[in-house]
Design a protein around this ligand. Structure first.
Ligand code: SAM
Length: 398
């Protein structure tokens, strides 16, 4: 798509966005002094005009044009294609990581406010129809949710979804691997912040440590594509980075190192940056060689090391602001579709689903939201955040 086409498209989006804002106003202020009739009339007549425009309608319906294989409905206002959904199935967790949960007063989402699996599947069908291709199930700890394997099979059956992944802390993995494999799960991300028992107990405020290396090996043997994710915290685990990277020497895994974002509790910890980790790894194992092929669906940058079976990856939200290629939406356990990890923009899909909104109404509103996806997160390098920073990751779905 050339620049002119993109500019034209952006213009259309802006027009559409204004209409959606107007409609939102009408819906939310129904009983206020607003003159609903005249707003509605203006909206109707504008919509009629636009409905007679075939190009606009192809945007609204998300019909791919012959030149562009991407459903236009999933292009945001910055030309990014949104095709990846992260689904949190619970905010409960069997660990209580210092950087992710407060010590007291967690304030769990009431059970009746957590989306039922059939509600999530309906939302996924709508989103897949619009262009979402990959999903990742997370939490809280997703393996705590009853009936997860059945839900994974449900996701695998959604037309248009071609990859289903899961992010877990690994504690319950051993007992669920087989069921997850039978359900058709494609990929597993296992969070490993430390291999040290005592540090684990301090960091997670629990004694739930399992033999995580054997969990990784079992997952590989079961046939999963495995990534090991290490959140880097200065003064806490930078001394283990080379050991964890070394897991990729004989294993076909990606060992990925993630920069801490100043969300909620995490704001009182210091990040350790990707370039610092890269220097430690290179000193120990030799040069990191960039991998040209796209691996995975997310923002990680991957490297090979001579003699390593697996890869090393870095996710650098703070030092490299990965947002320019962001392709993601997030559905929280309570059914809020978030446009960005930081900030509060998004749409309450639970409300829509439970009040009986049609698929068309829901997809139309989602489309309007996608057009408004922000350019980037609002965390800044010094650990500050402009808005939305008080919410911990377990609540959003990491
Ligand atoms: N319980 C699962 C697990 O441990 O993988 C899934 C949920 S957990 C919130 C997902 C990931 O988010 C973990 O790897 C965790 O380290 C990461 N995470 C939590 N808080 C974070 C933060 N402030 N910045 C970056 N990553 C964070």
């Amino acid at each position: 798509m050339d620049l002119n086409e993109r500019a034209k498209l952006k213009g259309y989006y802006e027009k559409f966005r204004d209409k959606v804002r107007l409609l939102d106003k009408v819906l939310t202020k129904k009983k206020d002094t607003l003159n609903i009739m005249s707003v509605n009339e203006a909206f109707e007549s504008n919509m009629k005009e636009l409905e007679n425009d075939p190009e606009f309608m192809s945007i609204i319906k998300g019909t791919p044009s012959p030149e562009s294989p991407v459903p236009i409905s999933m292009l945001d206002g910055f030309g990014r294609t949104i095709d990846y959904l992260r689904i949190s199935v619970t905010d409960r967790c069997n660990l209580r990581c210092l950087y992710c949960m407060p010590n007291e007063g967690v304030g769990w989402i009431p059970h009746e406010d957590v989306l039922r699996f059939e509600e999530v599947l309906r939302i996924c069908r709508i989103l897949a129809g619009m262009g979402i291709k990959s999903v990742r199930v997370t939490g809280g700890e997703p393996l705590l949710r009853q009936g997860l394997a059945g839900f994974i099979s449900g996701l695998k059956a959604v037309k248009g979804i071609n990859s289903v992944g899961l992010t877990s802390n690994g504690v319950l993995l051993g007992e669920q691997l087989e069921a997850l494999s039978k359900a058709g799960l494609d990929a597993l991300n296992i969070s490993v912040d430390t291999l040290d028992n005592e540090k684990f107990t301090r960091l997670t405020r629990t004694e739930n440590m399992v033999n995580i290396i054997s969990a990784v090996d079992q997952a590989l043997e079961t046939g999963f594509e495995v990534k090991v994710n290490t959140l880097m915290i200065k003064g806490v685990n930078e001394d283990e980075i080379t050991t964890i990277a070394g897991l990729a020497k004989t294993r076909k895994i990606a060992a990925r190192f993630i920069e801490l974002m100043p969300l909620g509790e995490a704001a009182s910890f210091k990040p350790f940056y990707a370039h610092e980790a890269a220097a430690l790894i290179e000193k120990e194992y030799g040069p990191l060689l960039p991998v040209a092929a796209k691996l995975g669906n997310g923002p990680a940058e991957y490297y090979a090391i001579n003699g390593f079976a697996g890869h090393i990856g870095f996710i650098s939200p703070m030092s490299r602001r990965f947002c320019k290629n962001c392709n993601k939406l997030r559905l929280t356990a309570s059914g809020f579709l978030k446009l960005c990890l930081s900030g509060e923009q998004g749409i309450d899909l639970r409300g829509l689903v439970r009040r009986g909104a049609s698929d068309e109404e829901i997809s139309g509103l989602i489309r309007g939201q996608i057009a408004m996806k922000p350019a980037g997160h609002s965390f800044n390098k010094s650990g500050g955040v402009e808005n939305g920073g008080s919410v911990n990751m377990f609540r959003i779905g990491g």
